[in-house]
Every structure is written in structure tokens, then in C-alpha cells.
Design a protein around this ligand. Structure first.
Ligand code: ATP
Ligand code: MG
Ligand code: MG
Length: 559
């Protein structure tokens, strides 16, 4: 396998030799449109489109829509949207490489008849249960069907009747005629076509027989001239049948050489999420989350809404590598990729999530002192942001303690801290309501200590506290997310994954934002000390901004 891979010309060679289009590598990303794409699919997209890009080839986006029941146009649209958003394009030299397996139903059918005529397939009238019983086990060979040696003409006639709708679901099937004693169970006369009286999202009721995935896939690849058909490891045992199908059809003159080759790589498994479309569908249908794009979902739509950028996902996919052995990746690597992507870019801002009022008692009433802070400390060209300091400001409740615990450097009576980008203040006490709750903190400021003025650092303090002027703070709802599951691998073994849903996977707070905080969808802001945040594209309004926290500044999850 490695040899063929290495033998393909890289971009430099392609350019130097002006190699023909047919010498280009061709890959495909073949989702079934039966759900939304998830982070595991991102891995496959990055791999397939990435190889095509790196080797001057072409990657097809192909909808593997051979299974009528679960497929829908909604999913087709969402998949197109997600692949584009991830940053990949299937238009090469002006030609759009977007395909549907259902476009090949007529070819697949013709190939099936050709296989029957060549003695390679037969119509079996056993029930699905009988076929299963006759298939044998890992240690026992299977037994031939009584219909296995029927004349080809009978099988052709029956297949035509199947196509014409003369037979009910499950009454018969077309099978390959290979070897019921093969040590590989996939080679024991696998089913090629089954009867399904069901409407298809593209072909309607034109067909009532549908090809099996294992038969359809190699044909799709060959018809499109795919060179590298990359799939996940579970399909390794299917490779002999993939090759069998292509070789028989090539012998019958249906395909020319070279034929596509299947390569397998390990599926991406990430802790604290599930990546099976069936389980994701269940989360949506049973209302455990608010739709496919819920910011806690590992779908690309959910991750995007949560604020993970396409560049961060690509970085994550690249980092986690391509492997032949199954492994588990820690979710924190995804957050790390987001931080690496956004730390150099994200505009900074202040937010107060759990507000407590601080009154600077010696600060003139009605006065606003303009303070400055870098928009991004890594990027001097990003310039400065400005915001006013006034007599009353919001601080985080946790930044005041009436009785300080050990090593507490923030506000407590008698202690001095710097209001970040402003002045040094000294705490003079607090005000409580009748129930004893602290409702205000009092402090006095030192007018000689304004940040950025000469001598401002003469007074040394250990604590730095973020704040926002009450007069200009912008109200916002902020959604703080935790893991959707409380177990790293909720669906390992025979576990019921729903038992491990984290009941506290989202917490909503009413917060204050620094005036001028970006409210632009898609812009990830770093709120100082708190993490990375983005406008929620569904629920936010100009009057009432809603933010999602993508992730904190540091990894706070124990793993
Ligand atoms: P699911 O099990 O979630 O239904 P699937 O493999 O059946 O996934 P497809 O729509 O057939 O879903 O997937 C399209 C492509 O994405 C396939 O080539 C598949 O190998 C790849 N893929 C799916 N899940 C993963 C994953 N976790 N890691 C890597 N590749 C994946
Ligand atoms: Mg699949
Ligand atoms: Mg599946």
C-alpha cells in the first residue's frame, strides 16, 4: 500500500512534467447525508482535501446516498455548508467536483446484471434470517444457498422483477458468488442489492432496489477515477471485497486500469463527546440538547456556533495525526488549538460575570477618566482601546473578601490593588444588606498612580483587578459551557451513554461588558482572565447580546 502512495507525483513533479490530469491523485470525502458532520468527519475532510491540496490533486465531495430511509436534503445542505466553512473547496480549474452516489444507480444496476451473466452473482430467495444462519461463524465455514447455482438467466429475470417492484422487501436479494468457506466473512457471498420500497431524497420512487454500501462504494470510486479511497479501520476487512468488485468489473471491460485502492486509517475518538451520528441524532430528537448546532454538540455546526474557528479545527486535525491504530484524543487538545489560533488575533476586552459594585469614595462624582489598554498585546499594530473610569465600577464578586484567605492579594479591607489600566485603590470596607449579603465595596484611589503615567508604578501592589464603569457597561447574557458528558468515554463498551450526561453542561449568567466589545458574529474576543468568547449567532440581538464561552484561558478540566 505504501509503495503506491509514495509513487504518486507530488506538486513539484506535477508541475515539472506537466503531468496529465489522469496522473493526479484523486481522493474523495463521501458522507452519507443522514446527519450533520461532526469533528470526526473534520478529520477525514482535512485528510482527503489536504492530500489533494498538498499533491496537486483533486478531492471530490460525494454524497454516499444509497440508503433511502435516513437521508434528507437538509443534511446535504448542512454538509456542503460545513465543508466550505472548514475552508475546503471541490471546484478545481473551474470544474465542480460534487457528486452523488445516487447518480450512478443505473450504472450499478447494469454492472449487477453483467456480474450475473459472468457467473459472479445470483438472486437468492432465502430470507435474511436464513442467509444469516447459513453464513457460518469465525470458526465455521458457511453453507451454500440452494439458489447459488441457479442459471444466470433466472437470476437476471428475477433481478428485473425485483427492480420492477414485483417482490416485497426481504423476499429475495442479489448476492455475489464468491466463497462461502472464506475465512473472511465479508467474502461469503455478500449481498449486492436488496429490495426496499422506500422513497429516496433524490431519485424519489424510481427505484425499489438499492445497492449495498460495500458494492456501491468501489463502483463510485472507480467511476470517478479516485486513486486513494481513504476510509476508517473498520473497513479493512472489506478491502478484499472492494478489490473483488473492481477486478471482476475490470475483467468485464467496465473499468480500465489503474483501479482505485482503499487505504484505512484510525477513527478519531475524543474524550467527553460521542461521534456517532446515531447517538447525536438521539441527543437532538430526545431534546437533551437544543438542536444539531447546540454549542455543546461536537458537530461542525455546534463547534462553529460555540466559537471554535475553522483554523483551530484544522490545526487540531493536523496535530492529532493520521494513524493505523485506534487511540483516544483528549478534548483539551481542541481547546489548546483554539487558544493557539486566537491568542495572536483575538481582540481583548473586559467582562464581569458575577458583578459586585465598587465605589471609589474619593473619586469626583460625574467625572470620567479615560483609560487605555492594548487591543492585542501581541500585535502593536492593533492599537489601543479606551474606556472610562468612573466613581462606581463593576468588579468580580470573587475579587473581594471581607476576611481574606491565605495568599489572597485582591481586595480586602486595608489592602491595595491596581484597577487594571487605571489607578491603585485601597479598600476601606464594604456595605451589606439586611440579610448580610455584601452589596458594595468601598475604596479610595491614589491620583498619582494612573497606569501609563510617569511614576505610576512607584506604589507596588500584588493584585490586579478587572473592572468596568457602571455608567458605560454593556449588559450581556453569557453562556458558560462544561463538558456534555461527565465521563471521558460515555459510550465505551456496552455503556448507555445517556446515563453520563452532565446535568450542568451549560450555565447562563447576566454579565457586564466593556463598552466597545466586538459584537460582530464570528469574531472571537478574549475577555481578560476569563477566556475566549463569541457572539451566539442564533440568540443574540443588538439590544441583548448573547455570548458563548468557547473555552477558558487555561485548561481547567482534569483529564
Ligand atoms: P457515523 O459513525 O458517525 O455515522 P460514518 O462513518 O457512518 O459516521 P459517513 O457519513 O459515512 O459517516 O462518513 C463520511 C466519512 O467520514 C467516511 O469516509 C468516514 O470514514 C469518515 N469518518 C466518520 N467518522 C470519523 C471519525 N470519527 N474519524 C475519522 N473519520 C471519520
Ligand atoms: Mg458511513
Ligand atoms: Mg454510520
Amino acid at each position: 500500500a505504501g509503495k503506491r502512495w509514495a509513487g504518486h507525483p507530488g506538486p513539484a513533479q506535477v508541475q515539472a512534467t506537466g503531468a496529465l490530469d489522469s496522473a493526479r491523485i484523486r481522493t474523495r470525502f463521501p458522507p452519507e447525508p443522514n446527519g450533520y458532520l461532526h469533528i470526526g468527519h473534520a478529520k477525514s475532510i482535512c485528510l482527503n482535501f489536504g492530500l489533494a491540496r498538498d499533491y496537486g490533486g483533486i478531492c471530490h465531495l460525494r454524497f454516499d446516498d444509497t440508503n433511502p430511509e435516513k437521508e434528507e436534503q437538509e443534511y446535504v445542505d448542512a454538509i456542503i455548508d460545513a465543508v466550505k466553512w472548514l475552508g475546503f473547496d471541490w471546484t478545481v480549474d473551474g470544474k465542480e467536483h460534487l457528486y452523488y452516489a445516487s447518480s450512478y444507480f443505473e450504472d450499478m444496476y447494469a454492472f449487477a446484471e453483467a456480474l450475473i451473466e459472468a457467473g459472479h452473482a445470483y438472486v437468492d430467495e432465502q430470507s435474511p434470517e436464513e442467509m444469516r444462519a447459513m453464513r457460518g461463524t469465525l470458526t465455521e465455514p458457511g453453507q451454500n444457498s440452494p439458489y447459488r447455482d441457479r442459471p444466470a438467466a433466472d437470476s437476471v429475470r428475477l433481478l428485473r422483477e425485483m427492480r420492477a417492484g414485483k417482490h416485497p422487501d426481504g423476499s429475495m436479494a442479489l448476492r455475489a458468488r464468491i466463497d462461502m468457506a472464506s475465512p473472511n466473512i465479508n467474502m461469503r457471498d455478500p449481498v449486492l442489492y436488496r429490495i426496499r420500497h422506500a422513497a429516496h431524497h433524490r431519485t424519489g420512487t424510481q427505484w425499489c432496489i438499492y445497492p449495498m454500501y460495500a458494492f456501491a462504494h468501489p463502483i463510485e470510486d472507480a467511476l470517478e477515477g479516485i486513486t486513494h479511497s481513504i476510509c476508517t479501520l473498520e473497513f479493512e476487512d472489506q478491502r478484499p471485497f472492494y478489490d473483488w468488485t473492481l477486478n471482476r468489473l475490470q475483467e468485464l471491460g467496465k473499468f480500465s486500469l489503474p483501479l482505485p485502492h482503499q487505504y484505512e486509517f484510525a477513527r478519531l475518538n475524543i474524550s467527553y463527546i460521542v461521534t456517532s451520528k446515531r447517538k447525536l441524532l438521539q441527543l437532538v430528537k430526545e431534546g437533551h440538547v437544543n438542536g444539531w448546532d447546540d454549542p455543546r454538540m461536537p458537530t461542525l455546526a455546534g463547534l462553529r456556533r460555540r466559537g471554535y474557528t475553522a483554523a483551530a479545527l484544522r490545526l487540531f486535525c493536523e496535530r492529532t495525526g493520521v494513524s493505523k491504530s485506534n487511540s483516544r484524543i483528549d478534548y483539551s487538545l481542541l481547546d489548546q488549538a483554539l487558544r493557539e489560533d486566537q491568542d495572536p488575533l483575538a481582540p481583548r476586552s473586559v467582562a464581569i460575570l458575577d458583578p459586585l459594585k465598587l465605589v471609589i469614595t474619593n473619586f469626583p462624582e460625574g467625572h470620567a477618566e479615560i483609560c487605555h489598554a492594548p487591543r492585542n498585546p501581541h500585535d502593536p499594530n492593533a492599537g489601543q482601546r479606551e474606556f472610562p473610569l468612573t466613581r462606581e465600577v463593576w468588579i468580580e464578586r470573587e475579587d473581594f473578601a471581607e476576611v481574606p484567605p491565605k495568599k489572597y492579594f485582591r481586595l480586602f479591607p486595608g489592602n491595595s490593588v491596581r484597577l487594571k489600566y487605571g489607578y491603585v485603590v485601597t479598600c476601606t470596607g464594604c456595605v451589606k444588606d439586611a440579610a448580610g449579603n455584601i452589596i458594595e465595596v468601598h475604596a479610595e484611589y491614589n491620583p498619582e498612580t494612573k497606569s501609563g503615567t510617569p511614576g505610576s508604578d512607584a506604589v507596588k501592589v500584588k493584585g490586579n483587578v478587572t473592572w468596568i464603569s457602571c455608567a458605560s457597561a454593556v449588559p450581556a447574557e453569557i453562556r458558560l459551557y462544561d463538558r456534555l458528558f461527565s465521563e471521558p468515554f460515555p459510550d465505551a463498551g456496552d455503556r448507555e451513554f445517556l446515563d453520563y450526561l452532565n446535568p450542568l453542561s451549560v450555565q447562563t449568567v447576566q454579565a457586564w461588558l466593556e463598552p466597545g466589545t466586538s459584537l460582530e458574529p464570528g469574531i472571537v474576543s478574549q475577555f481578560e482572565r476569563l477566556g475566549y468568547f463569541v457572539i451566539d449567532t442564533k440568540d443574540s440581538t443588538p439590544e441583548r447580546p448573547v455570548f458563548n464561552r468557547v473555552t477558558t484561558l487555561k485548561d481547567t478540566w482534569a483529564s
